[in-house]
Design a binder for this molecule. Structure first.
Ligand SMILES: Cc1cc2nc3c(=O)[nH]c(=O)nc-3n(C[C@H](O)[C@H](O)[C@H](O)COP(=O)(O)OP(=O)(O)OC[C@H]3O[C@@H](n4cnc5c(N)ncnc54)[C@H](O)[C@@H]3O)c2cc1C
Length: 459
């Protein structure tokens, strides 16, 4: 196999925020002969904007944690402030007065508040139990096990919806699939703040990845123009020995390096979309396959006019259905983009996977039926629809990772562990902040530093 360019010190596979932060860490420490191989035509990965209905909306990550207090410090929030990225704090405080029944009509605010209070009391119980379990070295359990211990199970559509709101909406998977130990108390809220800054900026959330990029890569007119970044390079195979790596792309191009950093999503690794030669050891494959990546779908609908309540406290509304996650969480854009007449509905898990498989037209029919139950038969037909499909996209195969019950920290260390000169990074490798952009950013920095040490040892 002949390399198309001269061997470099490090090849980074993937130009999401973790890959770019790893590359920047290397560059900042004097390792500049690097190559970033990205399969798509852009930088940013799961931080991705699209034009929809005359506006720019976020298809992937949308919220940046924000908060005050000694624990809270988010480098990404600082970066967002630096470039004056337009963000609006999401206001969930009036949710109880905007929860709709399956056949239409609002739940009494009181009833919803009681259901939410109960869910929060159980969540606090869960957070304390999680801490006690850790102090006393008890085994992990699922969020669902914890709820059962409290002697509580959501049964009616309202309870299921509130349960969905506190867990699936956050974790992408239901309580039975989610670790108590690694979920409660919510670490990212404690460290970065429990307020949610909604990014609504024509430059997109991805502009934070470009901000990192611009600090060490050449850009022309806001577009990366650096021969160390190779876009549309779909890596298909990684050959490795103790002496280095040879990387093959789908187009049969060959690249060589002393080390490579694999920053692709857990879904890409689970689906064996990159072949390793020799194969990864069994313990590594298990660590990859036993961790979880959630499916999460955003559906955008554009209408001729806004027929939903607008004004303070109306931003979100919820829909309760006996089927968990059936078009549950809705948001209008009137605060951020007045008169845009756009609604977004979000779902996860099995409903997300089901919706990804069907046509947009079928999804539109279902969503319209829900909206007409909520707001009556006078609801106008949506003019346009956009459905995200992260799960079926070969560059992601999922949305963000979720920690399954009984997946151990030792296994997680194995998930992150290098195999010879092949290093692994990405949001799923972050022990404390997996699943979110901050975790991905820090994971990249950490892996960058580990690779520097490896290179200093002299290979
Ligand atoms: C719908 C959705 C909603 C989310 N909401 C939030 C949120 O509100 N807040 C939050 O903090 N986080 C959120 N996240 C999670 C956040 O987006 C991710 O944690 C983060 O962006 C992951 O960054 P990464 O660098 O680890 O991976 P990625 O962004 O996936 O980067 C990996 C890169 O590898 C590339 N790649 C894949 N395969 C190959 C290949 N074979 N060859 C070459 N390149 C390849 C991909 O194209 C991609 O660019 C959300 C994610 C999704 C999908």
């Amino acid at each position: 196999m002949d390399s198309i360019s001269k061997p470099v010190s490090v090849i980074i596979i993937g130009a999401g925020i973790s890959g770019i932060s790893a590359a920047k860490t290397l560059n900042d420490n004097g390792i500049r002969d690097i190559l970033i191989l990205e399969g798509t035509s852009r930088i940013g990965g799961r931080m991705k904007k699209v034009n929809f209905g005359g506006q720019v909306v976020e298809l992937g990550a949308n919220w940046l944690h924000a908060g005050e207090g000694s624990h809270c410090s988010s480098p990404l929030l600082e970066a967002a402030n630096k470039i004056k990225l337009n963000t609006i704090l999401s206001d969930y405080s009036h949710l109880a007065s905007h929860v709709y029944k399956q056949e239409g009509g609002l739940y009494e605010e009181n009833e919803v508040e009681m259901a939410m209070d109960k869910a929060l009391t159980i969540q606090e119980f869960g957070a304390k139990l999680s801490e006690t379990n850790q102090e006393t070295n008890q085994e992990d359990m699922s969020i669902l096990d914890m709820q059962r211990l409290y002697n509580w199970m959501p049964t009616n559509p309202l309870e299921k919806l509130i349960d969905y709101y506190y867990y699936d909406y956050e974790d992408g998977e239901p309580p039975e699939a989610t670790s108590l130990k690694h979920t409660l108390p919510r670490r990212e809220f404690n460290d970065f703040g429990d307020a949610q800054n909604f990014i609504v900026d024509p430059r997109g959330f991805e502009s934070l990845v470009h901000l990192l990029g611009k600090q060490f890569l050449t850009y022309t007119n806001e577009v990366v123009n650096d021969n160390r970044v190779k876009l549309n390079q779909v890596v298909s195979e990684i050959y490795y020995t103790d002496n280095g790596v040879t990387i093959k792309t789908e187009d049969e191009l060959i690249y060589e390096a002393k080390v490579c950093i694999v920053s692709v999503s857990l879904g890409v690794l689970q689906n064996n979309l990159i072949k390793f030669n020799p194969e990864l050891p069994g313990w590594k494959r298990r660590a990859i396959c036993e961790f979880s990546i959630a499916s999460f779908t955003k559906i955008f609908l554009k209408f001729p006019y806004a027929f939903w309540p607008t004004g303070p406290g109306t931003e979100f509304f919820l829909y309760a259905h006996e089927r968990r996650g059936y078009y549950p969480i809705w948001k209008h854009y009137e605060n951020e983009m007045p008169e845009s007449n756009i609604l977004m509905v979000m779902t996860s898990g099995e409903e997300s996977m089901r919706i990804e498989q069907q046509s947009d037209e079928e999804t539109k029919i279902e969503a319209m039926e829900v909206l007409r139950k909520i707001y009556g038969d006078g609801v106008p037909e949506a003019e346009d629809i956009f459905v995200s499909r992260w799960n079926s996209n070969k560059f992601y195969k999922g949305a963000f990772s979720n920690w399954p019950p009984n997946y151990t920290t030792q296994q997680h260390a194995q998930l992150q562990a290098p195999i010879g000169p092949v290093y692994f990074t990405g949001e799923h490798t972050s022990l404390e902040h997996f699943g979110c952009v901050e975790g991905a950013y820090y994971a990249g920095c950490t892996t960058g530093k580990e690779v520097i040490k490896y290179l200093q040892q002299g290979v």
